[in-house]
Write a protein that binds this ligand. Structure first.
Ligand code: PRX
Length: 643
């Protein structure tokens, strides 16, 4: 497009950046021409190894066999903590900003190391060994980071469950990976509201007989139920534990964590990430995408319950010895100026957030932004969904005063780290484009017949080779890993995203091409929400689709067919919403429920989601041909009664 706006790299930014345009070109070319040589060099530079690896990469994508740095020994917690103690023990590792602006705290590398070692010893005394799974269900407090690192220190595999998920969701995740220990808090706080974390865990554990230990961080001091023998207070147990805990030498391919994520079918999958390649990848991308320099204050507003929190609040930044801000609250509490006030309060230099937050704050007007200085800001970032050019421009012009580049980072839970993104000192920006692939990443666009499309084109986004941070399997179901990601285009990893490449080789992600929706940057499977809805005895059938939503990116639109004899009422609608909240969590609650006497189906009984999407989007002109439906009048009825 000739009229599209291009923002060149600001000269002063490039002057001090780690990588400039020529560096990117040269390194990218080398990373493809000599992939193993490139990554061996980076693994040596970003990670400290107890023992060297035997092979850099073994890969058979069709078979789902991916190994990086096999035979190499390292420990992630040692890399994130111990190796920094001599040079930056007294440096702040984490700045904690509470939900209530009156509470903030700095945690140095030495303090975090001490907490992690004590917690690791507590886990050991509770019988946790290398390879065991531990569930973490925590608010955004430093102890959540300590819990992840304590697992990594002893080789336990953590499965962090986002604090917004319901007891049912916690239960199914605990059971799927057979976690025996849960680390939680009495309550969390978000936007002034208490989240009953321990009560949710108690309820989940009614269905989890193998869990023998619950460690509870005393955070708000609220009264909670207690099960003697099983439950222990985090602070009390740490106080009496030894602060000496050697870091377990792990193989590069030993599991580091499991993180559940939604797909088009079935229950959420346990995405499995391993140790050496993951750490190398997130450390490298953190340093170069955010152009992190020693002394910078870096803030990623994600929650550790999502992959962004894992890779870019905890592992990438701490591997690089960074100062990483952990924020417990929400962007609009107590006012829509909160983000900008926190930036001033802690002199944040690098700020990384999601388009949904930007759109919500943009709606509050420029006033709350302009009342703050933001002079410390040097770089802005975006993640989680496509950012619309209007939001991009506002973020750039108002928040960043036109002087801060924006890195629009495309990646997924499965990819472990950022794959397509500008490097801020190297890449000219186009609002709405994630721009160019990072080192070692070879994207391609495929047509429906599996042909690779050259040049400027639109198609399904795949990756042609593995990279060190890539997921290795679906926990407990390797075949599902192959079926979901590696079968659609044999030999390639299929992302599930649609994408356009322009004549400059810039990538524009257009969104999911499967039945996954992205609501406020939270990824949900429509099938999961449908399964929750049909649990209600009044529901015969449900079909869920996404539709464009001004703030959330996508909203959830549910078409619900009731059992014969059941009448649609507002009370029933509330019951259905409550059912979804109970089964999944409030984030999955439909925005619209439309009562549907029938759903559009083919003669073989397949629901025509394409038609439902058009109705939900109110794009009635493009509903298209309905004559092949079993009963075309169903569509007329749905159109007439749009929610
Ligand atoms: O559709 C893409 C979208 O989010 C999906 C991955 O979601 P999740 O695994 O929850 O990870 C989110 C944080 C990494 C992708 O398949 N997505 C993520 N980042 C972008 C994006 N879409 C467009 N632009 C992005 N920058």
């Amino acid at each position: 497009m000739s009229d599209e706006k291009i923002y060149p790299v600001p000269a002063d930014f490039a002057a001090r950046a780690h990588l400039k345009a020529a560096d990117y070109e040269a390194l990218y070319a080398r990373s493809l021409a000599d992939r193993d040589g490139f990554w061996a060099e980076q693994a040596g530079r970003f990670v400290s190894w107890f023992e060297p690896w035997r092979t850099v990469c073994e890969e058979d994508l069709a078979a789902g066999h991916i190994r990086w740095f096999a035979g190499g020994k390292l420990n992630v917690a040692w890399n994130c903590l111990d190796r920094h103690l001599a040079t930056r023990g007294e440096q702040t590792a984490l700045i904690w900003e509470g939900d209530d602006p009156a509470f903030a705290r700095h945690v140095t590398y030495r303090e975090l190391h001490d907490e992690v070692c004590r917690l690791a010893n507590v886990l050991k005394t509770r019988g946790v060994k290398k390879g065991d799974r531990v569930c973490i269900y925590m608010p955004m407090i430093p102890a959540a980071v300590a819990a992840m690192l304590a697992c990594a220190r002893i080789g336990a595999v953590h499965s962090v469950v986002f604090g917004g998920f319901s007891p049912e969701s916690i239960k199914s995740r605990i059971l799927d990976s057979d976690c025996r220990v849960v680390i939680t808090a009495d309550q969390g706080l978000r936007g002034g509201k208490a989240i009953p974390l321990k009560a949710n865990v108690d309820q989940a554990l009614e269905g989890c007989p193998n869990v023998h230990t619950v460690l509870v961080y005393r955070h708000t001091g609220a009264d909670i139920a207690w099960q003697d023998g099983r439950d222990g207070w985090y602070q009390d147990l740490l106080a009496s534990a030894s602060a000496d805990c050697p870091a377990e030498p792990m193989d590069a391919e030993d599991p580091l964590f499991i993180l559940y994520t939604s797909g088009s079918t079935g229950k959420p999958k346990g995405v499995l990430h391993t140790t050496g390649g993951y750490l190398t990848y997130v450390a490298l991308t953190h340093k170069y995408v955010f152009d992190y320099h020693d002394g910078d204050v870096y803030w990623c507003t994600a929650d550790v319950g999502w992959v962004t929190g894992h890779s870019y609040i905890v592992y990438g930044p701490l591997a690089n010895g960074a100062t990483s801000l952990v924020f417990e609250g929400v962007p609009t509490h107590p006012t829509p100026a909160r983000f900008w006030e926190v930036i001033d309060k802690h002199q944040v230099n690098i700020f990384y957030t999601a388009p949904t937050a930007i759109r919500a704050l943009m709606r509050a007007g420029d006033g709350p932004v302009l009342g703050t200085s933001r002079k410390s800001l040097r770089l802005l970032g975006s993640v989680g969904e496509p950012i619309n050019p209007e939001a991009w421009e506002w973020y750039h012009r108002v928040v960043g005063e036109g002087r801060c580049p924006i890195v629009d980072t495309w990646w997924q839970t499965e990819t472990g780290g950022i794959l397509i993104s500008p490097l801020p000192g190297a890449t000219a920006l186009k609002p709405g484009s994630a721009t160019k692939p990072l080192f070692g990443i070879e994207p391609a666009l495929m047509d429906a017949d599996g042909n690779e499309l050259p040049g400027a084109a639109s198609g399904n986004l795949v990756l042609k080779r593995s990279w060190p941070g890539m997921m290795r399997s679906v926990y407990g179901d390797h075949q599902r890993f192959i079926d979901t990601y590696l079968k659609a285009y044999p030999g390639y990893y299929f992302t599930g995203d649609g994408c356009r490449r322009d004549e400059d080789g810039y990538y524009w992600i257009t969104g999911r091409v499967d039945d996954v929706i992205n609501v406020s940057g939270h990824r949900l499977g429509t099938a999961e929400i449908e399964s929750a809805l049909v649990l209600h005895p009044a529901v015969a059938e449900a079909a869920v689709v996404g539709y464009p939503h001004e703030i959330k990116g996508q909203g959830i639109y549910a078409f619900v067919t009731l059992m014969a004899g059941r009448e649609p009422t507002p009370a029933l609608r509330d019951e259905l919403l409550a059912t979804v909240r109970k089964e999944i969590g409030a984030i999955a609650s439909p925005d619209v429920i439309q009562w549907a006497p029938g759903l559009p189906k083919t003669r073989s009984g397949k629901i025509m989601r394409r038609i439902l999407r058009k109705i939900a989007e109110n794009d009635l002109a493009s509903i298209g041909d309905t004559t092949t439906l079993a009963d075309p009048t169903v569509v007329e009825e749905l159109v007439a009664n749009r929610g």
